[in-house]
Design a binder for this molecule. Structure first.
Ligand code: CP
Length: 310
């Protein structure tokens, strides 16, 4: 593949290859930054039209640890504010002989559209409520390192499933790899027809969490709710927030996951988020750098010599 636009369409061997490659980068991803040379002379541009802490920083770290030059485009101060379109911006950047463009955009499908207009590799850093492929890969790596495998596990994805690209990418990856996926949300936050993605849908946390191996919590993505109903925080926490009592229904060795950013006291109680034995939220962030190194590694090797580019 020339781009990484989503998990949908990746085969099990392709997913395993990315996870195996990421696993080999875990030590190097931790630093102290002993730089690799795979991407020396290559340029990676981060183009983020939405806020990010984890994704943007870890792509920058990953690319630098492979020896690349990295540029972070500030969309707030770019010529996008003078009316230049997304496509013209990408074509302009492409003319500077980039190797990879990491893009986050509020519209589902915008990253794919952009990938059709440029010669460089395009990596989806999250597009609307569509996909966030590197998040699903880092979640899978975290689970695999803790549990040893993905197949046969039962994973509950809980909260605002309707607006979540993280949920969609995780559903594609986990079902492709043989895990059973449940989604648990109030009816208003469950997309209609979600069962067609091969998941079981629940509107009751207590029923959905019974005997699961993994509990993955999602933030209420109010920025994508537009005019639709936004639940009351207190009510949402009472019925759908993960606390000790609800967690007790999962398997005793169930892992607690959250892609971040977390809203403590909304979808997750601090006591659970900070559980030193079962919460792997910080490990997810750590795996993010190794996974992004693996994605850059595979796309760089696919591209071949820098002289062949553009
Ligand atoms: N999980 C995630 O994508 O975090 P950021 O929005 O901080 O990048």
């Amino acid at each position: 593949h020339r781009h990484l636009l989503g998990i949908q369409g990746l085969t099990p061997p392709e997913i395993v290859d990315l996870l195996d490659c990421a696993n080999t980068y875990v030590e190097q991803s931790r630093g102290p930054a002993k730089k690799g040379d795979l991407m020396v002379g290559r340029t990676v541009v981060n183009l983020f039209f939405e806020n990010s802490t984890r994704t943007r920083t870890s792509f920058e770290l990953a690319a630098k640890r492979l020896g690349a030059d990295v540029i972070n485009m500030e969309t707030a101060t770019s010529s996008l504010n003078k009316g230049e379109t997304l496509i013209d911006t990408a074509v302009t950047l492409n003319a500077m002989h980039l190797d990879a463009l990491v893009v986050r955009h509020p519209d589902s499908g915008a990253v794919q559209l952009l990938s059709e207009k440029v010669n460089c590799s395009v990596i989806n850093g999250g597009d609307g409520s569509h996909e966030h492929p590197t998040q699903a890969l880092l979640d899978a790596l975290t689970i695999r390192r803790r549990k040893g495998h993905l197949d046969g596990l039962t994973v509950a994805i809980c909260g605002d499933v309707a607006h979540s690209r993280v949920a969609r990418s995780n559903i594609h990856l986990l079902t492709t790899m043989g895990a059973e996926v449940r989604v648990i949300a109030p009816k208003t936050l469950l997309p209609s027809g979600i069962e067609a993605m091969g998941v079981k849908a629940f509107t009751d946390m207590r029923a959905g969490l019974a005997d699961v191996d993994i509990v993955m919590m999602l933030r209420l993505q109010t920025e994508r709710m537009g005019g639709s109903y936004i639940p009351s925080i207190r009510e949402f926490f009472r019925f759908f927030g993960l606390d000790r009592e609800k967690l007790a229904l999962a398997r005793p060795d169930a892992l607690i996951m959250h892609p971040g950013p977390m809203n403590r006291g909304v979808e997750i109680d601090s006591v659970v988020a900070d559980d030193v034995e079962r919460s792997v939220i910080r490990e997810q962030v750590e795996m993010g750098v190794a996974v992004r190194m693996a994605v850059l590694d595979r796309l760089t090797r696919e591209r071949g010599s820098p002289d062949a580019r553009n």
